[in-house]
Design a protein around this ligand. Structure first.
Ligand code: PNW
Length: 432
């Protein structure tokens, strides 16, 4: 049995800052954050947590926490400033050092290759609406793995292709800010194609384990009314099955509820076997029949549960339900599962005595870690759990206004202060 991975997760644009340093090229988030009205309070990732200059301090925080793994993302425009073409040696060297420093601290590095920061030059050619972006992604994967796969065993291709398609291309609330509604579906297909091509490229360069991280949600119909049941099925198809089925079964789900055919073929590439499925879980979704024209469902909200500062309902058993539901749906085809993100936003401040108290986060983590344990007791092969996030960071369209960290960051001084949840997590690690 391999060691259970206990870790924290971050993403490059959310923590690194240093956006023009050492030859990094622009990403779509550099562009998007500069457009008025896109991000709350006009915040950008220009400085973020300044992790680029503070990796030693941040690794020490992880050592102090006692985790054995760290999920971070690699900034594509740091490694390939034009998206394709020549490697930027200083960009790649940053991750090379990070990997060495993590290993020296006894922490297993788990890099994600794409956490939404597409090089702007690729967006200028259509981004993920352009099939060529899939091939460019595989070339980038080759460049990174050729350098790091001698020390990095486990890789994640994409982070949450659903959110990138839905928020970035369908609704326009994330970069690149396109509001194409269901015409965004090619962005799903080309991300999945990129995933499959990158999986092959990673293996060819020596990677031992390849995962994809999908954000998944149990879908609860608002009632037993057939219209609500059909709407819930449609939502489940779009959010969960569109990104799991092609990878795990080699077939797209039926999209006729959306009036759409499968967004492409390439299923032999997309279904290249993976060694694990990364599961990012935040909450279940309650769905009712559509309220008007547009999508064939509506979000019915989930009253009667505590909520996070983001307003997201807190339903720990939803994680057990999700994990066991994956086993029920995919059976023998389901690879080992890794919870690659789970966490909550809470508004915390540093008290006069220098401490940060976040009891809601402790309750959240306690409930969800126990839910993972129940899923394992029910026979689901879960091999890791990563808290989102190590640090308070740039929360996309919310800027710095939502805090997900085990460690508080004062964005004026960049001072890090471990919260009470950090001390709680340290004391409870390994109890699953
Ligand atoms: C994830 N939703 O995004 C991302 O992977 C992280 O970068 C992010 O900071 C974290 O969760 C917290 O938001 C999500 O609306 C964004 O369902 C939106 C949703 C879920 C996850």
């Amino acid at each position: 049995m391999s060691t259970f991975l206990w870790g924290t997760a971050t993403a490059a644009y959310q923590i690194e800052g240093a956006v023009t340093e050492d030859g990094r090229g622009p990403s779509i988030w550099d562009t998007f954050t500069r457009e008025p009205g896109r991000v709350r309070d006009g915040h950008t990732g220009d400085v973020a947590c300044d992790h680029y200059h503070r990796t030693a301090e941040d690794i020490a925080l992880m050592s102090g926490l006692g985790v054995n793994a760290y999920r971070f993302s690699i900034s594509w425009p740091r490694v390939l400033p034009a998206g394709t073409g020549p490697i930027n040696p200083r960009g790649l060297a940053f991750y090379d050092r990070l990997v060495d420093d993590l290993l020296a601290a006894g922490i297993t590095p788990v890099p994600t290759l794409f956490h939404w920061d597409l090089p702007q030059p690729l967006q200028d050619r259509g981004g993920w609406l352009n099939r060529d972006t899939g091939a460019a992604f595989a070339d980038y994967a080759t460049a990174v793995a050729t350098r790091l796969a001698d020390r990095v065993e486990t890789w994640i291709t994409l982070n949450e292709p659903f959110v990138h398609m839905a928020f970035g291309y369908a609704l326009g609330v994330h970069a690149p800010g396109r509001a194409l509604l269901l015409d965004a579906l090619p962005a799903a297909h080309h991300q999945l194609l990129g995933h499959g091509l990158a999986t092959r490229a990673l293996r060819a360069a020596g990677a031992k384990k390849v995962l994809i991280s999908n954000n998944l949600t149990p879908v609860w119909p608002a009632s037993a009314d057939p219209a609500d049941l059909a709407a819930a099925d449609a939502y489940d198809t779009l959010h969960n099955r569109l990104f799991n089925d092609p990878v795990l079964t080699g077939a797209y789900p039926d999209l006729s509820a959306f009036g759409k055919d499968a967004p492409g073929d390439d299923l032999d590439v997309i279904s290249t076997p993976v060694d694990g499925l990364g599961v990012n879980y935040y909450n279940p979704t309650r769905i009712a029949a559509p309220a008007g024209p547009g999508f064939p469902f509506s979000d019915a909200g989930l009253p009667g549960h505590p909520t996070t500062a983001f307003g997201w309902p807190v339903v720990p058993d939803g994680l057990r339900e999700l994990l066991t539901g994956l086993k029920d749906r995919y059976g023998e085809r389901l690879p080992p599962l890794y919870v690659t993100e789970n966490g909550c936003s809470q508004a915390d401040t540093v008290a006069a005595d220098g401490t940060v108290h976040d009891p809601e986060r402790i309750a959240f983590l306690d409930g969800h870690v126990k839910a993972v344990q129940r899923a394992r007791d029910e026979g689901v092969d879960v091999r890791g759990y990563f808290v989102w996030s190590l640090l308070d960071n740039f929360e996309w369209a919310e800027g710095y206004n939502q805090r997900f960290g085990l460690v508080h960051v004062d964005f004026a001084t960049l001072r890090r202060t471990p919260k009470s949840s950090y001390h709680w997590f340290k004391a409870h690690l390994g109890q699953t």
